[in-house]
Design a protein around this ligand. Sequence first.
Ligand code: BES
Ligand code: MN
Ligand code: ZN
Length: 506
Amino acid sequence: MEFSIKTSSAEKQRSNCVIVGVYESRQLSAAAQSLDQVSSGYLSNILKRGDLDGKLESTLMLHDVPGTACERILLVGLGKKSEFAERQFRKAVRASTKAARASGSADAVSFLAELPVAKLSLRRKMAHLAEVSLDTTYHFDAIKRKQEASDEKSAKKGLKKLVIAISDAKEKTEAEAGLADGKALASGVSLTKDLGNLPPNVCTPSYLAEQAQKLGKDYGFKVTILEQDKLEKLGMGSFLGVTQGSDEPPKFIVMEYLKGKKSQKPVVLVGKGITFDTGGISLKPGAEMDEMKYDMCGAASVLGTFKTIAEMDLPLNVVGLIPTCENMPSGRATRPGDVLTSMSGMTIEVLNTDAEGRLILCDALTYAEQFEPSVVVDIATLTGACVIALGAHASGLFSNNNALAKELLRAGEVSMDRAWHMPLWDDYQSQLDSNFADMANIGGRAAGSVTAACFLSRFAKKYDWAHLDIAGTAWKSGKEKGGTGRPVPLLTEFLVARAAKVNPTV
Ligand code: BES
Ligand code: MN
Ligand code: ZN
């Protein structure tokens, strides 16, 4: 979809579709009012009949309205005027893009950016408009038959051009900056969704490594792939214990985006990259096992975030680490009862081979030490228990540093990609006691997402660290099954705010 910015009034648009808002109860926004005037009350008459009250996300399409130059007018419900805030704004944008697309309009002019939203700058409104519109029109057809894919394209992917109207020409530069923010974010989100949605026989560890290399080439940052022999030399026995049942070679991806000052310590992002999680010898039940192709969404979110910040040319030092492999059962697979020696030297009794995410992450956390990080954030579809605790609305956030936790919570609020702070108290640590090694890899049924985080915390003692459990937020189940691209918005906002702090002029 292409975007452009325009300052002109609603009645003059020659577009396929003009989008204007209506508050509850039947209160016209400024742009809707001007359309109402030129059409001698056409809009208000229809509203009086009760066709649309203005409830948030409701829509009504009008055709050939007298006195106007456009083919269609789309009225979008904005909800109560007194309650119209950022969240409502995004919902109205989503509903309007969906309806415009369904109508078959090839282009549209949206007047939603003109709506006043409490505490929201034009720049952010524009960013939301671009991001939400691109998110709504996202369509995964990379692996459908060519004919079918193009049929869907012509039927559903109608909306090619979105013009966003702003009221003051002096604000064009600010509006353009917002548009660029939104587009950059959407491109990372889209990459993250694509990688999640690809089947596990395509999206293998080698495929992820290739994608990282391609990103590095496209945007000019360094990417190194550590192969099995190197991982053995490094002593990553825990990571290697997970991959050993699989015929796919493991990869350890290192991305170094160093666009900040040389002296500035990097933020290190670590993403779980299990391209398929069968559970290993502790095999998972069959139902919905296909969804375990999404077990690399932490990795995908790191790749997506790198794409977004590179697109923004963000002046910050960021290192991305992605341990990636499959978790398969086989004659060579790790058994329950096996003891693995991690890169840190600590030994781990594997009581359940399905708790594999922490086993690959712990070695990556140790590897992170050499970068002398300012902070390390790992992102992982780590536990089913987190889905039970928080559902699909918030990612679980754990941290050994309260200031860092606050920073991430704020980034989640601002980007509308929320996380919720969970405890990491010492009280839980004893659940990981083992009779035969320094620790066990599981801590029993109680507080499963907390004990998983406790396990990781033992490998993150040398720096400020946070862990995002995205098992509930990274993809949707059911009929609209698919990757969500989360938490790329949260991570991007977190990094943008950090860059602003170290370079106050940005
Ligand atoms: N990848 C799963 C976590 C998961 C489960 C994410 C369901 C999304 C939906 C992880 O590797 C796993 O299997 N965790 C186990 C841990 C248990 C064995 C302690 C779990 O959550 O059941
Ligand atoms: Mn598992
Ligand atoms: Zn897993």
